[in-house]
Design a protein around this ligand. Structure first.
Ligand SMILES: [Mg+2]
Length: 291
């Protein structure tokens, strides 16, 4: 490149840079002046779940809570075995998602990319990469060794997800992951009650495990009040017959916030989430709720 060409090139680059910075400045000014006319700030429901996923994946407390549940279950199991007489077989029934398998990488995808369920869910299941939650595998191995029948009762789709679910459970070395012992949601299944009843036909079902009330019993209504009434009804069962695990990422509790209508807009869901929260007002010293 000779001197003149080089000089011309530098000038061209400099003017291009000046133009670019002027355009950026113009664009920023335009954006600022236009902002009030735009629709309210875009709601990102996915990012609202980031702390829940971060807690679930990174807190030692989440792991400790799983251990607490499974340790309790082991004590209960030993007691049941000690008292057990007769020929009736003992069984336990476990939900799969967030009870035996950890699907938080899927929740991470949904949160970081603002994708609503079931976007990507079946792809996640098909990939069969879910790892067991803390304490699940050693407890289930213990139950298996003690001759307990283990049933995995999950609302994963039987038609779409059975094969990959079985593969995932088996590849993680979880015991009794056979066709008979994996009971996924069929077209005719409204809830889990009929599958629990099927197990009870020839077993004494000593414990149920889940991260959702529906893994234990069904409330009369899918409302917050009715769900709390169910918890009170079974207040003595938790930690004994019912082992419940933490799931702040999703669950039936969430749908009660939206009157069980997930088709509501993201903006309205965000509003309902906010309205569900009680907060302290430092000015008035009151605890309030905006309804
Ligand atoms: Mg679950």
């Amino acid at each position: 490149m000779n001197k003149i060409t080089k000089y011309t090139a530098v000038l061209t680059l400099a003017s291009a840079m000046t133009f670019a910075s002027t355009s950026t400045a113009q664009a920023t000014t335009e954006a600022l002046t236009q902002a009030p006319q735009q629709t309210p700030q875009q709601v990102n429901l996915g990012s609202e779940n980031i702390m829940a996923v971060a807690w679930y994946q990174n807190s030692a407390e989440a792991k400790a809570l799983y251990l607490q549940g499974y340790n309790n279950a082991k004590t209960n199991l030993d007691e049941a075995l000690k008292k057990h007489k007769g020929k009736e077989k003992l069984a336990i029934a476990l939900d799969i998602d967030e009870t035996v398998l950890d699907n938080s990488p899927y929740q991470g995808y949904a949160a970081l990319h603002n994708q609503p369920y079931p976007e990507g869910w079946h792809e996640w299941i098909q990939s069969a990469q879910a790892k067991p939650v803390y304490g699940a595998k050693s407890f289930l191995e213990y139950a298996d060794k003690k001759g307990i029948d283990i049933y995995y009762i999950s609302d994963r789709d039987k038609e779409k997800d059975f094969k990959a679910t079985k593969h995932n459970l088996k590849s993680e070395g979880l015991p009794q992951a056979s066709d008979k012992h994996i009971m996924l949601k069929d077209k005719n299944d409204e809830n889990k009650a009929s599958r629990r009843e099927a197990v009870k036909k020839d077993h004494r079902l000593i414990m149920l495990f889940g991260d959702n009330l529906l893994d234990f019993d069904d409330p009369k209504q899918p409302t917050q009040l009715s769900r709390e009434a169910l918890v009170n009804k079974h207040s003595k069962d938790f930690g004994k017959k019912y082992i419940i695990f933490p799931n702040p990422m999703y669950g039936s509790w969430e749908s009660t916030l939206y009157e069980n209508d997930f088709s509501k807009s993201d903006t309205y869901k965000d509003q309902l989430r906010r309205q569900s929260i009680q907060y302290f007002d430092p000015d008035t010293k009151d605890v309030k709720q905006d309804k």
